[in-house]
Design a protein. Structure first.
Length: 151
């Protein structure tokens, strides 16, 4: 009888070890699949755009590979409009294209576009939209662990 109990205990021990190993492997895979936390820039006024672009360039030089997202809301989408220029008359489009080419995701708030009676066609090529800019910024922070920067 004791030989049977030892055999059951051995089998139970092996089963528990396998369960622990499988659980650990599952957790490690889940952690590996999570996106790398990045940085979300919240632009609510077009005057912040040039400063944000400089900060993003420096961030990407100092921390290569860190995901960067720009979310424009309210007046902060003005620099995203096709043909928009900075205070010196230089078009934003070239800098926007460069950022997008370096992996930066740029989003305009759909609510703002609707308020200003604008469409996707009014945006510089490569800029996407989110239904609500403030919700998007919050989700990047709370759900994805992104750092928040307000230039």
């Amino acid at each position: 009888m004791s030989r049977i109990l030892r055999s059951i205990h051995s089998q139970l021990f092996v089963a528990i070890c396998l369960l622990v190993l499988m659980t650990t492997t599952f957790i490690e895979q889940a952690q590996a699949e999570q996106t790398q936390p990045g940085v979300v820039f919240h632009i609510s006024h077009s005057s912040q755009a040039s400063r944000a672009m400089i900060q993003i360039t420096r961030l990407m030089e100092g921390m290569p590979g860190v995901p960067v997202v720009i979310v424009g809301v309210a007046d902060g989408i003005r620099f995203m409009l096709d043909g928009a220029k900075d205070k010196n008359g230089a078009p934003y489009s070239a800098r926007i294209e460069q950022l997008i080419g370096n992996g930066v995701e740029i989003y305009a708030c759909r609510n703002t576009l609707d308020t200003f009676e604008l469409t996707d066609n009014d945006l510089t090529f490569g800029i996407d939209t989110v239904p609500s800019g403030i919700v998007a910024v919050s989700e990047y922070q709370l759900k994805k662990g992104y750092a928040y920067i307000k230039p």
